[in-house]
Design a protein around this ligand. Structure first.
Ligand SMILES: *Cc1c(COP(=O)(O)O)cnc(C)c1O
Length: 430
């Protein structure tokens, strides 16, 4: 199918990137379980290796099943191109890799997925990269944190763990003025709820592990490029603007224009870092994207009902869902994610740490897991698990205070979920 701008989201989530298999007519995208692809002749092979012709060489770089998913996610995000990889954390490294070098820094939000905080505060130091953590509700602080060595700004659209909403327009105005790209992790919102490129993002990263797959089966990631950033405007991004020795001095931006970042991601990123998505994972995620909008509508409907019920309950202190009128982020819903505030939030249980532990143990439908974005409802008590090593003060700053649990509301019957929470709260708070 040709992806005209006239097609709606529900059509694109099923058809974008796919067409009946040219060899067999297979209607569903086949799982191309092949490591390598036969060259027509020696000239064809040389053209592929020189990036003069686009085609398949070896599945560490490209695979036809994965290619369909890349095009689908890029289309849903309104981007120029996309590169899939083995996990959401791989996608974050794939996004930063062409931009960073030793001594450079990225300015990042304090409200991030726990694993991302660790990746940015600890692990990237091994590459000589630095992350500067800032409260992204304070735009002046974001501006002040950018210096001559800053090569990117990074935040989540709907942020962990509380479902906080970032004012992407305000942040992109700052990154634009500084002539550096804004990278938005859109995992929690998905392109159905938020399209960060329309709010000025340069790159969008995903953990496809979550809502895009939607059934808790495979890990995966994706980097989508808007195709709008001028990598050659200054000398800050030599990987994209300067001659590349591994390809006879070719310049990615000059040669590939709006697809420069995407080609670099495949030809350098996947080729040399090897964080490749396998075709089985792409298959499961393609299945998931077909029902994305239906699931997200239901996640929002359930999350809204449950957040309202919890907020009115005496055993609960507060609820952080941005879809509640009491939330300081409520006004941003209409602007950033007009279809709703997603399915992720935290709530504080009266009785603190011990009550949270009892609640998690007493729930029957909710699963106690370190995951989100599943069709199933999930819960985690961060203070006794993912944020266990932090002090109570650090836990509070991260939105994972000892008296707080995080829920990822699934698409089951809302009444059943409420009944489950009700019986478990009775056991936890008495
Ligand atoms: C899960 C998650 C990640 C990491 O993705 P993996 O697929 O687990 O590597 C990054 N960001 C957010 C918002 C996530 O929820």
């Amino acid at each position: 199918m040709t992806d005209g701008p006239t097609y709606g989201f529900d059509t694109l989530q099923i058809h974008a990137g796919a067409r009946p298999d040219p060899a067999t007519g297979a209607r569903q995208t086949p799982i191309y379980q092949s490591t390598a692809y036969v060259f027509r002749d020696a000239e064809h092979a040389a053209a592929l290796f020189n990036l003069q012709e686009v085609g398949y060489i070896y599945s560490r770089l490209t695979n036809p099943t994965v290619a369909v998913l890349q095009e689908r996610i890029a289309t849903l995000e309104g981007g120029a191109g996309g590169v899939c990889c083995s996990s959401g954390h791989a996608a974050q490294l794939m996004a930063l890799f062409p931009l960073m070098s030793p001594g450079k820094n990225v300015v990042v939000s304090t409200r991030l997925y726990g694993g991302t905080v660790t990746q940015f505060s600890q692990t990237i130091k091994r590459f000589g990269w630095e992350a500067t953590f800032v409260d992204f509700d304070d735009v002046d602080a974001v501006k002040a944190a950018i210096d001559d060595n800053t090569r990117a700004v990074f935040c989540e659209s709907i942020a962990n763990p509380g479902g906080y909403i970032t004012d992407l327009d305000a942040i992109s105005a700052i990154s634009d003025a500084a002539e550096i790209p804004l990278i938005v992790d859109n995992t929690t919102a998905t392109p159905y709820l938020c399209r960060p490129i329309e709010h000025g993002a340069t790159l969008v990263v995903h953990s496809t592990t979550k809502y895009l797959t939607g059934n808790g089966t495979v890990t995966g990631g994706c980097v989508v490029d808007s195709g709008k950033f001028d990598w050659s405007a200054n000398d800050k991004f030599p990987s994209l603007s300067a001659p590349e020795p591994a390809y006879h001095g070719m310049k990615f931006h000059e040669t590939f224009g709006p697809l420069a970042f995407t080609f670099h991601g495949i030809a350098i990123g996947l080729r040399d870092l090897g964080m490749t998505m396998n075709p089985q994972a792409a298959h499961y995620t393609l299945m998931g994207t077909e029902t994305l909008s239906l699931r997200m509508d239901r996640h929002i409907e359930n999350a809204t009902k449950i957040a309202q019920w919890l907020e009115a309950d005496d055993r609960v202190d507060y609820v952080t869902y941005a879809g509640l009128e009491s939330s300081p982020y409520f006004d941003r819903v209409a602007k950033i994610c007009p279809r709703g505030a997603g399915g992720l939030f935290t709530f504080a249980v009266k009785g603190g740490y011990d009550a949270c532990v009892k609640l998690v143990n007493a729930l029957e439908i909710f699963s106690h897991v370190a995951n989100l974005g599943d069709a199933r409802s999930l819960i985690i008590h961060s203070a006794s698990t993912t944020h266990r090593q932090l002090t109570a003060e650090q836990q509070r700053a991260a939105g994972a205070a000892p008296e707080v649990v995080r829920v990822s509301i699934g698409i089951e019957d809302a009444d059943d979920l409420i009944a489950d929470l009700d019986q478990a709260l009775s056991k936890a708070v008495s």
